[in-house]
Design a protein around this ligand. Sequence first.
Ligand code: GLU
Length: 268
Amino acid sequence: MFKKRNVVKMALVTTMAALLLAGCGGDKASTDKDKDVLAQIKEDKKIVFGVKHDTRLFGLKNPSTGEVEGFDIDLSKALAEEMFGKDVKPEYVEVTSKTRVGLLNNGKVDAVVATMTITDERKKEVDFTDVYFEAGQSLLVKKGSKVQSIDDLKKGTTVLAVKGSTSTINIREKAPEATVLEFENYAEAFTALKAGKGDALTTDDAILYGMADEDPSYELVGGTFTEEPYGIAVKKGNQELVDELNKALKSLKDSGKYDEIKDKWIKN
Ligand code: GLU
């Protein structure tokens, strides 16, 4: 009996030692990152933002300079400076609507600033800041199209959308007779629209304005039929980081810097 207890004790001590060692061992960075993204940002002196590369006005890679440009980029840069001064360098990694939650949860990005709507469904997987931009879903068509609103998306029509977006879910619900074709990103979806692969492209009005701006033979029709409040997403359980981002967002709004950035990109 006595012996058996000792064996159990020994096993417990060994397990605890192993756990302690694992906690302090070579894998420290990823272990810490799992626990506290904000602490890791401060330690690394860099914050990695997940941004779009395919979305004019919000996050678009400029092929001539290789730089990513847009409202989400400028806003995240300003937020990083507001939170950490010059101590922490902002870095950018491409996300798409489909990949952004996964890249956040596997630690490849610290915060997603990528036209991402706050929804109850997504709140199960990630944490969001306060709303930083209000959009609404709409339709983009070739000028002169017979499709002028969501009511025209009847049987036999095809709508183009992007995988992992709220737009695909909403359009299936609101225009159930239409065929929905899903693409990897907005650049591909717009190319498909121009190639005549669909009658309309659907996503947030703010994103569609960027496309209409790029090619004026396309226009938005029918107004908006959803509300798409954008939030910055972080890995679940990082309330401190959410609080810091919210504080910084409020300061940028109070100082007029937020409006300055918004006015630079958003004209409609
Ligand atoms: N805001 C919508 C969403 O979060 C559409 C834009 C996007 O795909 O990022 O899904």
